[in-house]
Write a protein that binds this ligand. Structure first.
Ligand SMILES: *[C@@H]1O[C@H](CO)[C@@H](O)[C@H](O)[C@H]1NC(C)=O
Ligand SMILES: *[C@@H]1O[C@H](CO)[C@@H](O)[C@H](O)[C@H]1NC(C)=O
Ligand SMILES: *[C@@H]1O[C@H](CO)[C@@H](O)[C@H](O)[C@H]1NC(C)=O
Length: 507
């Protein structure tokens, strides 16, 4: 996430209690199955999604009187944070009717505008009371996306945030994960109505450009791994790290001119193929054709327990497509994945502040991945920066020849929320077929990735890599694959196992 998200108003609804629990609408989480994979196959999990608490009706515990309307808190119910937290309740959500969220099998559709609602954000749940935790260090994550109806200025995002597994249940937060509480991300958002079980009403200010959003004194920071931020014109994957997770105030939140001084790296280290010099790679009719569905594979490579590389592959029509190579002066040789070297070279080539490395870089991201993170899926437009940082030229007044300024083909006026909400209201994104597990086991180069097969090893007879001399690779290290130039032998007693054309590993 680059800027903040936009929220919606629920003033037309009928139910809910603060971070107490309301009883006006029954909460029924839409089912969205996922799969956990190893070399011997994939197991289906009965996962579901839950709507973030900020989108929900918040009302008096005893009545249907709103605690929050538009972007204003009720002064009687909410004179101070403690009273407000006790007086107000979050209620259940009508997923399809109010929010345009629906699921079928392993697929989830998020519609952009539904009635008065704009956008949504949901989290994957393991069961009724806990989020599904993803521990993806040295693991792989894949999913299918259909964003053929998702235009400029929109972001259909799939990402990990280091949120509490139970949503931060406490004496004052009785709602918890079942009601989508506990969100945080690397932008340290101030727009959360509750943080750590306390209403964020101190000095709450309605947003100048968003009638449904506002910001309180406190922000809520945590590590974030953006696996996918995209519309049909451009896509980025971006690790963002924080020195400390938690509630922030002042400089720690990194607002405005303090952007580089906060707890978190707000810019992240992004790999957007268009921005990295290959505008012909992803888009309508391009190598990865966004006019139809495809599979996105992300590998969190950690040869010796430290995250060293985040790789990306695509699969479309049964064909594995290697990520595009960089074509940027200052990044030599060309690379197609995120490493600390890539991040350092990219920041230097583009003249950007390197907040990613100063907050710990890939090693810090790897620690968060090892601890476990929650999966968020969202659709949103951008009241802060028009999504120009993703799909257009940013800063919008930069010359197209400024290194790193051009990120996609969209115009520098296309992302105005007024325009986006009126002309692209019917846009949507469909995420499906989520699989995670050992590297090389979540996708197949021969199928469409929708079956229950184990994926990974294709039946082609690529010979195992042979020893080219020099030091051999350690346990779990990569030892082969297209484009790999390291040692292709393994230190004893490990042997080099072929996973797929792009990855062999010492096991
Ligand atoms: C709700 O009702 C309880 C019990 O009657 C009362 O103690 C409490 O003050 C009421 N709260 C509000 C916000 O009306
Ligand atoms: C829900 O999932 C969590 C995390 O996987 C697990 O610890 C907990 O026991 C589960 N609870 C129930 C009621 O199944
Ligand atoms: C709230 O705003 C007032 C007036 O600007 C300021 O004096 C006060 O310090 C702010 N409170 C917090 C907690 O930031």
């Amino acid at each position: 996430m680059f800027p903040t998200t936009s929220l919606i108003s629920l003033c037309f609804l009928a139910v809910a209690y603060g971070q107490q629990v309301g009883t006006q609408v029954t909460e029924n989480h839409p089912q969205m199955s996922s799969q956990k994979c190893t070399a011997s196959g994939c197991t289906t999990l009965s996962t579901a999604v839950v709507l973030d608490s900020n989108w929900r009706w918040l009302h008096s515990v005893n009545s249907t009187t709103n605690c929050y309307t538009g972007n204003t808190w009720d002064k009687t119910l909410c004179p101070d944070p403690t009273t407000c937290t006790a007086n107000c309740a979050l209620d259940g959500a009508d997923y399809g009717g109010t929010y345009g969220i629906s699921s079928s099998g392993n697929a989830l559709t998020l519609k952009f505008v539904t009635g008065a609602n704009i956008g949504s954000r949901v989290y994957l749940m393991a069961n009724q009371t806990n989020y599904q935790m993803f521990q993806l260090l040295n693991q792989e994550f894949s999913f299918d996306v259909d964003m053929s109806n998702l235009g400029c200025g929109l972001n259909g995002a799939l990402y990990l945030s280091e949120m509490p597994v139970d949503g931060g249940m406490s004496a004052t937060n009785k709602a918890g994960a079942k009601y989508g509480t506990g969100y945080c991300d690397s932008q340290c958002p101030h727009d959360m109505k509750f943080i750590g079980g306390v209403a964020n009403i101190v000095n709450w200010t309605g947003a100048a450009t968003d009638p449904n959003s506002g910001s309180g004194t406190f922000g809520t920071c945590c590590n974030e791994m953006d696996i996918w931020e995209a519309n049909k014109n451009a896509a980025a994957y971006t690790p963002h790290v924080c020195t400390t997770n938690g509630k922030c105030t002042g400089v720690d939140c990194g607002d405005g001119s303090d952007r580089a001084n906060g707890l978190c790296d707000k810019d992240g280290c992004d790999f957007n193929s268009y921005r990295m010099g290959d505008p012909s790679f992803l888009g309508p009719g391009k190598t990865v054709d966004t006019n139809s569905k495809f599979t996105v594979v992300t590998q969190f490579v950690a040869p010796s327990g430290t995250l060293t590389e985040i790789r990306r592959l695509y699969v479309q029509n049964g064909k594995v497509i290697t990520n595009s190579n960089t074509n940027i002066a200052g990044i030599s040789p060309a690379v197609n994945s995120i490493t600390d070297d890539f991040c350092n070279a990219q920041k230097k080539a583009f003249g950007d502040t390197n907040s990613f490395e100063s907050r710990g870089g890939l090693a810090a991201m790897g620690k968060a991945l090892a601890r476990g993170m929650v999966l968020a899926l969202s659709i949103w437009d951008d009241h802060t920066a028009g999504m120009y940082w993703l799909d257009s030229t940013y800063p919008t007044d930069a010359s197209a020849s400024q290194p790193g300024a051009v990120r996609g083909p969209c115009s520098t006026t296309s992302g105005d929320p007024k325009t986006v909400e009126s002309t692209e209201g019917s846009n949507q994104v469909i995420f499906s077929n989520i699989k995670f597990g050992d590297i090389g086991t979540t996708f197949s180069s021969t199928g469409t990735g929708t079956g229950t097969g184990t994926g990974g090893s294709s039946s082609t007879s690529t010979a195992p890599p042979t020893n080219t001399g020099g030091a051999c690779a350690a346990q779990f290290a990569q030892c082969g694959g297209q484009g790999f130039s390291g040692p292709t032998c393994c230190s004893s007693p490990f042997t080099c196992k072929f996973n797929n054309a792009f990855y062999s590993q010492c096991l």
